[in-house]
Design a protein around this ligand. Structure first.
Ligand code: ZN
Ligand code: ZN
Length: 271
């Protein structure tokens, strides 16, 4: 079994396209690349139902689409027999996390990804963002503290791009990295989450898979299951660089991949 569990449902020009026809374009590429199942995970801040929670212009400018329609399109695609799952990429919101979770509660999610993109209104994955305000070590410490909090919140099922803080290739001392990796794996285990192996990092300045082998090995040691992800924003990137992701998983000792349905997880043989 090979899944791609982190996809943004867009047209080939990257514009939002929450239609069954758009899903079919992703499924077609999946068929060509030997991907068995796709999970769509649009950013939570694209939906007007969540508008009351956002403060940054980056979020409020995008907050115009309809969650009911998005979920409905995925439910219809499943009814037609397409191999797809309904997910969402949910941002870390600190004290307001449970408020967001309550708002999402009525929809038939197969799973929710948990992501840390912003801290105190400053981006981890955009420059200058948090990098203009804090030292590299402090960015990493703040990022991983938030990731741990999100993992233990009970509000999400999978940690997306778990070591996103390495996106620009800046890292604190190796012993700090090791400490934070260990803490992230412990939080994922405690929260009962899966961890995502994402090829998106190969297309970022760091040029590496998320997460580092050390973090994945720490997850494996704590029996944290794993998913596979491209984070594609266009159909052409479905399953992009997956041989490298599968190799990373096998190297860390994984023989299975997580399949999610109705927010519960089971393991299927990888490959
Ligand atoms: Zn993300
Ligand atoms: Zn994403």
């Amino acid at each position: 079994m090979i899944v791609d569990y982190h996809l943004h449902l867009r047209a080939p020009d990257e514009s939002i396209d929450h239609t069954v026809e758009a899903i079919e374009r992703f499924v077609e590429v999946a068929g060509q690349r030997g991907i068995d199942e796709l999970g769509f995970t649009e950013h939570v801040y694209y939906f007007r139902e969540t508008r009351g929670l956002w403060t940054l212009p980056y979020q409020t400018e995008r907050c115009v689409f309809d969650l009911e329609r998005y979920a409905g399109v995925l439910v219809e695609a499943k009814r037609r027999g397409l191999p797809v799952k309904l997910g969402l990429e949910v941002d870390y919101l600190g004290a307001r996390q449970t408020e967001l979770a309550a708002l999402l509660e009525p929809y038939p999610w197969d799973y929710l990804l948990g992501s840390v993109h912003w801290l105190d209104g400053l981006a981890v994955d955009q420059e200058p963002g948090l990098w203009g305000a804090l030292s590299v070590e402090d960015v990493w410490r703040r990022y991983f503290a938030a990731l741990g909090e999100l993992a233990r919140s009970g509000c999400v099922d999978v940690l997306a791009h778990p070591d996103l803080a390495k996106i620009f290739g800046r890292r604190p001392a190796p012993e700090v990295v090791a400490e934070l990796q260990e803490a992230a794996a412990a939080a994922a285990a405690e929260g009962g989450l899966a961890v995502e192996v994402s090829t998106a990092g190969l297309r970022k300045p760091v040029g590496e898979l998320y997460p580092d082998p050390g973090l994945l090995q720490a997850c494996r040691a704590k029996e944290v299951p794993a998913t596979l992800a491209s984070d594609a924003h266009v159909p052409a990137l479905v399953g992009e660089d997956f041989p490298a992701a599968v190799e990373l998983l096998r190297g860390a000792g994984y023989e299975t991949v997580t399949v999610l349905e109705g927010r519960s997880a089971r393991q299927e043989l990888l490959g």
